[in-house]
Design a protein around this ligand. Structure first.
Ligand code: SF4
Length: 297
């Protein structure tokens, strides 16, 4: 090992002395792409994606994602407590104490709740989760926030699965800090389709790592827990041939979108979307100099 390091050091010095690279061949580093951070964002609006990702502008309202983040962090913490102490946290005061600790650590990152109401809602969601599902779900969690990746031809496919459950067979779970979208509305239907695709990607990555697809993928819409007749679960079965075909088709589509993004990067060209939900534009940091937004006024 030391010999290799010495050789690398010598090559480095030699390169500095001759003042040019040792090879003319350009090595292109593969970039990491995720379904939520890249593919969905780019599909919603390439211009907005480019301004955030390519130019590195920070969102002006980081509180928007505070809600989902604190819920995810607290759920992970509850799982860790179970693994270490073999007990499920159910006491409201203890949950609130953990919530406060996570909140402080998020404040140090400059992330705060948008309002006391949002803060209270996040806390109530976790308390209800522990009461209704803690005993049943937490002991079955084998991994929380499992990071999965696969090296594809020209990029790295990456994803973080919120929880892998061993329920006789493996299940992958994704928590959503929101209500279940209404499939009767076009925007709700579209969101559900996108979230299913997120599970397709995680199922595929899981199979690449473990050799088999999980039995199913579950989306849990946590705000439904606060409703009297909420429907928090949406599932997809990976043991259906039709699902596997859809997964494989989507992985091909994913690679195609990555190619589009890389082309946009090379040409530094970030188009406006053909269609977009007005709500997205209203919350967009770049609406004031956006032709699409101005034309919609
Ligand atoms: S205002 Fe709408 S169309 Fe314009 S960049 Fe923002 S999201 Fe895209």
């Amino acid at each position: 090992m030391e010999e290799v390091e010495r050789l690398i050091e010598k090559l480095k010095k030699y390169r500095e002395r001759i003042e040019r690279p040792l090879t003319k061949k350009k090595v292109k580093l593969k970039e990491r792409y995720t379904i939520t951070g890249d593919i969905i964002s780019y599909k919603i609006c390439p211009r907005q994606y480019g301004l955030y990702k390519f130019y590195g502008f920070s969102p002006s309202n980081p509180t928007q994602e505070w809600y989902g983040s604190i819920i995810h962090r607290l759920l992970k913490r509850l799982h860790t407590t179970y693994r270490i102490e073999k007990r499920i946290v159910k006491d409201e005061r203890e949950i609130e104490k953990l919530f406060n600790l996570i909140e402080i650590s998020m404040e140090s990152e400059g992330r705060r709740a948008s309002s006391p109401k949002a803060r209270e809602k996040a806390l109530q969601v976790i308390i209800t989760f522990c009461k209704k599902y803690g005993e049943e779900l937490i002991p079955k969690i084998k991994e929380a926030e499992l990071r999965l990746l696969k090296e594809m031809d020209n990029y790295i496919l990456y994803g973080i699965v919120d929880a892998v459950l061993n329920n006789e067979e493996y299940e992958i779970w994704d928590y959503k800090g929101m209500e279940r979208p209404d499939p009767k509305k076009p925007s709700g239907k579209k969101k559900i389709e996108l979230y299913k695709k997120q599970l397709f990607v995680y199922g595929y990555l899981f199979k690449e790592r473990n050799g088999n697809y999980p039995k199913k993928g579950v989306l849990m819409f946590l705000n439904e827990l606060l409703k009297e007749k909420g429907e928090p679960f949406l599932e997809i079965e990976f043991d259906r041939k039709e699902t596997i075909r859809e997964v494989e088709d989507f992985i091909r589509e994913f690679s195609e979108i990555v190619r589009e993004i890389e082309k946009s990067k090379e040409e530094n060209r970030w188009e406006l979307p053909k269609e977009i939900d007005e709500k997205v534009c209203k919350q967009c940091d770049f609406k004031f100099d956006c032709e699409r937004f101005r034309n919609s006024l």
